[in-house]
Design a protein around this ligand. Structure first.
Ligand code: ADP
Length: 715
């Protein structure tokens, strides 16, 4: 604005200088001199006529003197006038130079116009502002009225009115239309060139488009800042943390977000001091933290800060825990002006931690009360807890002592296995189970069953290893004794069956000879019947001894298989026929695919099939049905024997494949040692197959076995 004021003043000076008419002024002064001279001449003439005596000079002399005086005066006057003229010309020149400088400086647009819009003259600065050339101006293409956009026409008209009435118009802002159609923002002021003639005016124009742009930019920035401010406010308002801002030395609450309000029963407490707010919540804790932050400018952080307060104002005190941060707030000059607080209610977390601690204590109590040795390890396998059982067993004082003592107490023969299994488990995360000996405080090794289980999170990552060591020394002794006895029994059975086999074979041979003797060779009917009975018993005895011998072979790993390629369909058919011959009271149905060829030990597999068929016949009533199904299941052959006999209770179905196992109490009425299925399962498994049963007590049984048609490596 100062620039415009200066412009206006400068314009005034210029106009004043332009209006000075030095010639007129000089002539006026000249006329005054001549008037004075004329008065002097008249006065002298008058004096001369009234008192001629008082003058000794004649008339002619008087005239001469007067003429001389006039000449002298005229000379001086001419000299004076000439001097004044030169000074005025010099001034005019200086003014002209100054004006030209301003006119051509390119800082201010200058134009001489008529009030009707015609632009008589304009400097380059103005022409470049509006994008017209001097030629176009000369051709009369530039009119300030047509350059003025519609919306500024009234402002221009007002300026013209001012010019007419005041001789000048106040500076005002408007736009001109540039030749290219764009607009340029300007500020302008005008003055009439001759205050008596309102036709011509001189106008000074300054391009303010950059200022205008700056103003627009400033407005945009202000808008942006406002938007950011609103966004920040919204963010703070909706943040899940409890946020509040306090200002001034009294730290009065200036802002509290929704989370804070919700927490305190939708009360904002704006304008209150910390003490007043504390009183509302019935809080006894001082407000010193806030004041300290305000005083020192240092932030304050609290973790799980415990508070008892009347949260909702209903008179009921509640206990809560908060994590919070207090931060100083600064004013524009960087001085501390308040305190901001950001808080989280961590009550649930704290309570959960307390419960965790409590359950940890319970776990420790439980673990310590157990006779077992318990420990836990981190995911990396490093032990972090041992129960009392360990401390007692090794009589250790500290955790470190015990940790070292445990590894040192492992029996040297068990150490390597323990170390490698544990190292593997830590990598794979698989559970671990092993038996190992630990030396107790008295120096005795005792057997323990060690189990380690990895507790994993939902992502499958190991969180904790839990280990237990159960003292199995007594069971181990019992087991070892039992194993010894079992070995002895097997040895005895092996020897006994071997020893029995020879006399039985010779008895069998003798009975056959006796049976085959012609009746004439002393063979009465009674003897014949006894021989028949003895033969059957010997056959049974022989079968028992065979079974015992098979068990001995299996136990000693000496049951070799003799693989051949043969038709299983034919073999099953033969077995069915064999059963049919002695189980005449059973109805036997055989369903088989025409020709299933297998690579297997024919004799051993027939032993299995006959065993299943014999059992089906033995454990089903007279008139019962036995179905045999043989099917090729693509790479696997499956044989199923179904009867409608007494069936097997589910609880006993697994054990019947073990040695000397019988499923029924009433089995006494069915002969057998409980070895047939054991031997059968061993034969099938040795062929790479599997065996099983489906049954319900009283509803028959469905025994099956499967074999690979082409075993991996038949030996
Ligand atoms: P066992 O000589 O006693 O028959 P096995 O090993 O062949 O010995 O059978 C074991 C037990 O399984 C039998 O004692 C019997 O209790 C039960 N068992 C076997 N087959 C059948 C069947 N088809 N029906 C009911 N029970 C059966």
């Amino acid at each position: 604005m100062r620039l415009f004021t200066k412009g206006k003043a400068f314009a005034g000076i210029l106009l004043a200088k332009v209006k000075v008419n030095y010639t007129k002024k000089s002539v006026r002064i000249f006329n005054y001199y001549f008037l004075l001279l004329a008065i002097c001449c008249l006065g002298a003439t008058y004096l001369f006529n009234r008192h001629p005596a008082s003058f000794e000079l004649g008339v002619d002399q008087s005239i001469t003197i007067t003429a001389l005086l006039l000449t002298v005066l005229l000379f001086f006057q001419l000299v004076r006038v000439n001097k004044g003229k030169k000074a005025a010309e010099r001034k005019l020149q200086i003014t002209q130079v100054r004006f030209d400088k301003v006119y051509n400086a390119g800082i201010v647009g200058l134009l001489f116009t008529r009030l009707d819009g015609v632009v008589i003259q304009a400097n380059d600065c103005f022409l470049s502002m509006i994008g017209y050339s001097a030629d176009e101006l000369a051709k009369g293409l530039v009119s300030w009225k047509t350059l003025t956009p519609e919306k500024f026409q009234s402002a221009s008209a007002h300026a013209v009115e001012q010019l007419k009435t005041l001789g000048y118009c106040e500076p005002f802002e408007k736009e001109y239309l540039r030749k290219d159609g764009t607009t340029v923002s300007v500020i302008l002021a005008s003055s009439l060139l001759d205050s008596n003639d309102s036709a011509d005016a001189v106008t000074f124009i300054i391009d303010i488009s950059h200022k205008q742009q700056a103003r627009v930019r400033e407005d945009e920035l202000n808008q942006y800042i406002l938007k950011q401010k609103e966004e920040l406010q919204r963010l703070l308002m909706n943040a899940p943390a409890m946020i509040s801002l306090r200002r001034g030395p009294e730290l009065r609450l200036e802002f509290s977000n929704q989370a804070s309000r919700d927490y305190s029963g939708n009360k904002d407490h704006l304008g209150l001091t910390p003490k007043e707010i504390a009183a509302k919540f019935n809080i006894n804790t001082g407000t010193g933290m806030l004041e300290k932050v305000y005083r020192t400018g240092e932030s304050f952080t609290a973790k799980a800060f415990n508070l008892k307060f009347d949260r909702t104002g209903n008179g009921q005190m509640e206990e809560a825990w908060f994590d919070f941060v207090l931060e100083p707030l600064m004013d524009e000059q960087g001085r501390i002006d308040g305190v901001a607080s950001f808080g989280f209610d961590v009550t649930d977390m704290v309570k959960a931690n307390m419960e965790l601690k409590e359950s940890e204590n319970r776990f420790r109590f439980l673990a310590d009360s157990l006779a077992h040795k318990i420990w836990t390890c981190g995911p990396d396998g490093k032990a972090n807890y041992y129960n009392k059982g360990w401390y007692d067993y090794l009589n250790a004082g500290t955790f470190e002592e015990l940790h070292t003592a445990i590894w040192a107490s492992i029996h040297p023969d068990d150490l390597q296995a323990a170390q490698s299994l544990w190292a593997k488990a830590v990598v794979t995360g698989d559970d671990l189970e092993l038996e190992q000996r630990f030396k107790n405080a008295k120096g005795e090794y005792q057997w323990h069953l060690t189990r380690c289980c990895a507790h994993k999170n939902t992502a499958g990552e190991i969180v904790l290893w839990v280990g237990s060591c159960t003292n199995i020394q007594d069971q181990k002794v019992v087991q070892e004794t039992a194993d010894l006895l079992s070995r002895k029994k097997d040895e005895f059975l092996g020897i006994a069956s071997h020893e029995l086999k020879t006399p039985i074979t010779s008895m069998k041979a003798s009975l056959q000879i006796l049976d085959n003797l012609p009746d004439e060779d002393f063979k009465p009917a009674k003897v014949k019947s006894f021989v028949g009975m003895a033969n059957r018993q010997v056959k049974k005895l022989n079968a028992i001894v065979d079974e015992l011998l098979d068990v001995t072979r299996i136990e000693s790993g000496k049951m070799a298989l003799n693989y051949t390629t043969y038709s299983l369909s034919d073999s099953v058919r033969d077995c069915a026929e064999e059963i049919r011959s002695y189980a005449k009271d059973k109805y036997i149905i055989l369903t088989t695919s025409p020709d299933i060829m297998v690579i297997a030990d024919k004799v051993r597999l027939e032993q299995v099939i006959v065993n299943l068929l014999t059992n089906a016949a033995k454990y089903s009533p007279a008139g019962g049905t036995i179905s045999i199904e043989l099917e090729n299941r693509g790479g696997v052959v499956r044989l199923t024997v179904i009867d409608n006999g007494i069936g097997i209770p589910p609880s006993r179905q697994r054990m019947i494949f073990e040695k000397f196992s019988r499923a029924h109490e009433a089995s006494q009425k069915y002969s057998g040692l409980g070895l047939g299925l054991y031997i059968s399962s061993q034969i099938v498994r040795q062929h790479g197959g599997d065996i099983g049963v489906y049954s319900e007590a009283g509803n028959g049984a469905k025994f099956w076995f499967e074999l690979p048609l082409y075993p991996d490596s038949p030996n």
